[in-house]
Design a protein around this ligand. Sequence first.
Ligand code: GLA
Length: 747
Amino acid sequence: MAIVIDSSAKRLTLHTANTSYQMMVGEYGYLFHLYYGDSIGDGDCSYLLYKQERSLCSSPFCAGEDRAFTLDTAPQEYSAGGAGDTRLPCIIAEFPNGGRALDLHYFSHELLAEKPALKGLPSLQQGEKTCQTLEITLKDSDSEVYVILQYTVFEEDDCIARSCRVENRTGAPLRLEAALSACLEREAEEDLDLISFWGRHTMERNVERRRVSHGKIVVDSARGTSSAQQSPFVILCDHHATEDAGRCWGLNFVYSGNFAASAERSQLGSVRVTMGINPETFSWKLEDGESFQAPEVILSYSGCGLSRLSSNYHRILRENMCRGAFKDCRRPVLINNWEATYFDFNTDKLVRIAETASKLGVELLVMDDGWFGKRDSDWSGLGDWTVNEKKLPGGMQALCSKINALGMKLGVWFEPEMVSEDSDLFRQHPEWVLRIEGRGYSRNRYQLVLDMSRQDVREHLYQQISKVLSSANIEYVKWDMNRPLSEVWSQLLPADRQGEVSHRYTLGVYELMDRLTTDFPHILFEGCSSGGNRYDAGLLYYMPQIWCSDNTDAIERLEIQYGTSFGFPMSALGAHVSACPNHQTGRTTPLFTRGVVAMAGTFGYELDLNTLTEEEKEQVKEQIAAYKKHYDTINKGEYYRLTDPTRNRELCAWEFVSRDKKKALLFAVGTHVRANVAMPVIRMKGLDAGKQYRLTCQADHPLTKKDVGAKDGVYSGAVLMNAGIRTPMLKGDWPAFCVELEEVENA
Ligand code: GLA
């Protein structure tokens, strides 16, 4: 049983294949967190609860003269602000008299045989899996405010989907100043680290690991998107946890707007981690009879290191978050014209790029920014989604026929949420943008943000975009979003509801995405926000892949993709081979290396293939053929980080193993080739120790001496995982090699 309820002991336990999560209704009816970690079977952790009088810690009213009972030190399952627990609150509610205190007690619980959908929000789908859900209702002691905690157990995946709903039955409005989704409590004696993923444009998701010391750590976004600056995914882990050892708890937020993940070590040393919508940019007026649904957090635990934790997330996001026709089928290898032409293109140029691409095996041409309105630079045109016939004579249909005639699909770029000041849309509807009446507004890339909380704006966008999508055989859409929100204010909402706009914006974006992806199910949608500025589990509900970064430099990508891999599957990671010298860094890397790096994701090209030599074109052909051959291993297999590129400055290696463990691929890039070095040994992971594998090694750099290491031959999984393989002697700038393993039966 995934969920076990011991009514007499008032204990509630959630079980996954390898983990247990336990809560109990304790003294005075409060819901306490007892345990989350490796399976404990039918174990009872209630003995861990204790109470002791502490100076400067208050006792709740219901405890009367019991001075030893305090919420300020208790492990709470969902902490409420204002009534004695002064640590991180999950919920802050203000009553009409201005009072801000909630005193939440267990009220009831219900067991559901499936996972309910979260209205208007992305969330894990149970699909073919059997899922049990536990809903625990808490009630405020002095009012009719109810908080329903929701837990759905994905047993085989070692994941728990957690969220909560607040219901106001007080007869008067209630103002929510915070309504977070999840809370995790840890014991006092534990030496724990928080791993988060910080970044900036073209340098997203760098791994940052810090000790959870006294006080608070806040990782958040107030930019309107989940952001490049911080990712809505954090890991709490043992200070000594590594890829293969130690306890790790992940919180992956299924939300694309402002978020906050906080960790606090309290006066007694216990640790609380919370995650939810960022309270800094949130306030919600909940009328009597209304409820507020907080987004979902996917909790996962691994008792054997970070690798397993990532694998849990990869699997569940791939299988239960991504939806639609492209969830499982092989997605096309694409070529995007952005870095090939920027805004300077027309039908002829695109067709020339496509002609060469199609001959080499590319299957989809993506026409990026610049095909619409007055859009010859980033100064104008956003919002006017009508084809610029000067660039594309005969319109979309004419271009599409030409591309289709080459045997290729056509894809189109949109940035639906934006409008340029110089656009017909802005001239017609200046009231449709986020701005505060009577104030100036901030500019970024000379574009403004449409007020996606407005239904009329969303309807207009739906009409415009669906018209384009129906006008020709368009089979892919890149959905971009290139600036943060500012002056967040909506003309349609009263003053006391302006704090809702950021969240309503995100809900509005989700609604439009849902409508378009539902009505155009044959179209593959790829998310993008200046690259990885809205890279989160929520977006994957609508689009199975996201452009990972505007940085296409293969060497820079090593760290970006490494960081991304902790919380997100490689099948979601948009990666392209681009031209050299690279447009972001000026670095020149071998084409082979660029292919190897882009193959750790949804593979494509972003350059004019006509500029390549015949020899290079042959190489492109081989890369595409290899990617197609290994598609399932890369996109559906297990992914392993073999080195940490932030520590190992010489070699970056990673590996894919097919689900049946019959095939594996090891990719490595020499990031700092040095003279007179030892050739390191890399131990492979995840193979079947008893299987025999045929090893073939491919290295392309003319100076690399392949014959020195990784000798082609047949080896057992046990040998490859324990003794490992020796790397070839890498020479030159940024060399790479690839090792392919295939099971040899009856060897
Ligand atoms: C963003 C995207 C790029 C490209 C440009 C076009 O920066 O991330 O890939 O589409 O916009 O303006």
